[in-house]
Design a protein around this ligand. Structure first.
Ligand SMILES: Nc1ncnc2c1ncn2[C@@H]1O[C@H](COP(=O)(O)OP(=O)(O)O)[C@@H](O)[C@H]1O
Ligand SMILES: C=C(OP(=O)(O)O)C(=O)O
Ligand SMILES: [Mn+2]
Length: 532
């Protein structure tokens, strides 16, 4: 039986997906919650939130993510960073997954990736779990109801957590699999319930497609000044560095918290919702995000709560440090209804430096920005990837290596040209450690980061006095209102300045060694900006 609203000429059967039990097309939030409750997938929480746990996997499985090596994509993919799957393996996986799905109920959402209609794609998501369908309905962009009557998908995702892949048969690594077939326009996910795989698959797909249209896809959040989209800021950063937290600034308009494109028309969110970390989330420091945790339909993933009162425990990370809430953009009161912005006036590169070496803010020349964009120095946050248990320093190129199917220089070149064309000011912001490395020092106070960003974005920081950093060559402000001077000079925050110097020298060496791989591909000015 099929219920709900769907294009009668584009049902699952028209895509070769047959023999299922009930199929629920484009259910709205209340019906999805009702279905999920009936199926025992989770619990109704305070305010009508939906509380779920995801079992074994509470973070992404990057090593189990594969790109199918079909002839038409073979010379476009950065294979050193993307595990290949043979077309034969994928065919077997597809056939076995369709067989496994037979007789079971499925939920279908017909959604859109990309707020700018000139570059958007239609993504159909077929979910085994009703709550996954609710999650992706929050996260992607929802077409008008009427438009569903003739909706046809450009890409389809099938997410079936109960399916276990077979490495022998399916050319994968374990029983968990995320397989992207750009040729077949199909993404298959099996063996994991972590909801983030849904949205990051769409991101990876757009990262593959958009460069050929001259659009720079970016792992960044974005906001703009009130009443002035021309004054747009973007915040690049790997998971856990502060994209979501810092873009939800009540004095500005939120465009989006995670994935954006930059075209000749300006910036646009890929998504229609946010996926925020809730570990230690405080009503004082992050009131807008905190408030979504008691709003109707917000999906609350892997949080511990009181069985009797259903009160959430933001401090208890016993299930995972990667506990999350997912909600539509409009749950943030200052979110942009269009999710569109202008050409970025400021570009922030967020880094979470677990060594405590980098200053809380530095101004970069365009060449330095390119150097840091390609380097992507930061830390992996505990829990976002399986097996990462404490902040793990890493060079994650484009501040999002796990999501980049193409070579980094391709993204770098696009960004470089756009920065040059539109004259953006670039900043490096360390939201990581100060007063010592992880284990000794402490995390940069959010208050300080916010004050520095406010000064950068309102233009006042450009007027400050700057010193040139001896290790990294970029400019660091000496004094900023609302921030203790000592914080601006990380060396002075360490008890032992010689230890700082040693750690800084080590980091400079790491940058230099890591950057060697990019030297053959980059312009002279970026080479001149290289460190070490
Ligand atoms: N100075 C800081 N700036 C930003 N976030 C911080 C800072 N200090 C601590 N945090 C915490 O770090 C986490 C950043 O996560 P989030 O904003 O979700 O990152 P992302 O969206 O990039 O994955 C939040 O839990 C936030 O409370
Ligand atoms: C959802 C994720 O990322 P982010 O923290 O950037 O939202 C993730 O890495 O699984
Ligand atoms: Mn985020």
């Amino acid at each position: 039986m099929a219920t709900g609203r769907v294009n009668p000429h584009f049902k699952l059967e028209d895509q070769g997906i047959e023999g299922l039990g009930n199929v629920y097309y484009n259910y709205l939030e209340p019906s999805l919650i009702e279905a999920a409750l009936k199926r025992g997938e989770g619990t109704l929480g305070q305010g009508g939130t939906f509380l779920v746990t995801t079992g074994k996997y509470t973070g992404r499985s990057p090593k189990d993510k594969h790109v199918v090596k079909t002839p038409s994509v073979a010379d476009k993919i950065w294979w050193e960073n993307n595990a290949a799957m043979s077309p034969e393996g994928f065919e077997a996986l597809h056939a076995d997954m369709l067989e496994h799905m037979k007789g079971k109920d499925y939920f279908v959402q017909d959604l859109i990736g990309g707020a700018d209609p000139a570059y958007s794609i239609n993504v159909r998501v077929v979910s085994e779990l009703a709550w996954h369908n609710l999650f992706i309905r929050h996260l992607l962009r929802r077409p008008d109801r009427e438009a569903l009557n003739d909706y046809v998908a450009d890409f389809t995702i099938i997410n079936c957590p109960s399916f276990k892949a077979d490495p022998e048969k399916h050319d994968c690594r374990s029983d968990t699999v995320i397989a992207l077939n750009f040729d077949k326009k199909l993404i298959l996910i099996g063996g994991t319930e972590y909801a983030g795989e849904n949205k990051k698959s769409v991101f990876t797909l757009l990262n593959y497609m958009l460069p050929e249209k001259g659009v720079m896809p970016m792992h960044c959040s974005a906001n703009h000044a009130k009443g002035n989209p021309v004054d747009t800021a973007i915040f690049f950063g790997l998971s856990g560095t502060g994209k979501t937290t810092l873009s939800a600034d009540p004095s500005r308009v939120l465009i989006g918290d995670d994935e954006h494109g930059w075209s000749d028309r300006g910036t646009f969110n890929f998504e229609g919702g946010c996926y925020a970390k809730t570990i230690n989330l405080s009503a004082e420091a992050e009131p807008e995000i905190y408030a979504t945790c008691s709003m109707f339909g917000t999906v609350i993933e892997n949080m511990v709560y009181d069985e009797e009162t259903l009160e959430l425990d933001f401090e208890d990370s016993s299930l995972t440090q990667n506990m999350r809430c997912a909600y539509p953009l409009e749950y943030i009161s200052n979110a942009s209804p269009s999710a569109l912005g202008g050409h970025p006036k400021n570009i922030i590169l967020l880094t979470c430096d677990a060594y405590g070496v980098l200053p809380p803010i530095a101004r970069l020349t365009p060449a330095q920005a390119m150097y840091h964009f390609l380097s992507g120095f930061t830390s992996k946050t505990p829990g976002t990837e399986r097996g990462v248990l404490e902040p793990l320093p890493t060079f994650s190129t484009c501040f999002g290596a796990p999501f980049m199917p193409r070579r980094p220089e391709e993204y770098g070149k696009l960004l470089q040209d756009k920065i040059a064309k539109h004259g953006a000011t670039c900043w490096l912001v360390n939201t990581g450690w100060t007063g010592g490395a992880f284990g000794t020092g402490s995390r940069m106070p959010i208050r300080a980061t916010r004050a520095l960003l406010t000064a950068a974005l309102d233009g006042s920081l450009n007027e400050a006095e700057f010193r040139k950093d001896a290790n990294f060559g970029f400019e660091v402000p000496v004094s900023v209102p609302g921030v203790a001077d000592v914080l601006l000079d990380p060396r002075r925050t360490w008890e032992d300045e010689a230890a700082y110097d040693a750690q800084a020298a080590k980091l400079v060496g790491m940058f230099s060694e890591n950057f060697e791989q990019y030297l053959p591909y980059i312009d002279e000015d970026v080479k001149a900006a290289a460190i070490g």
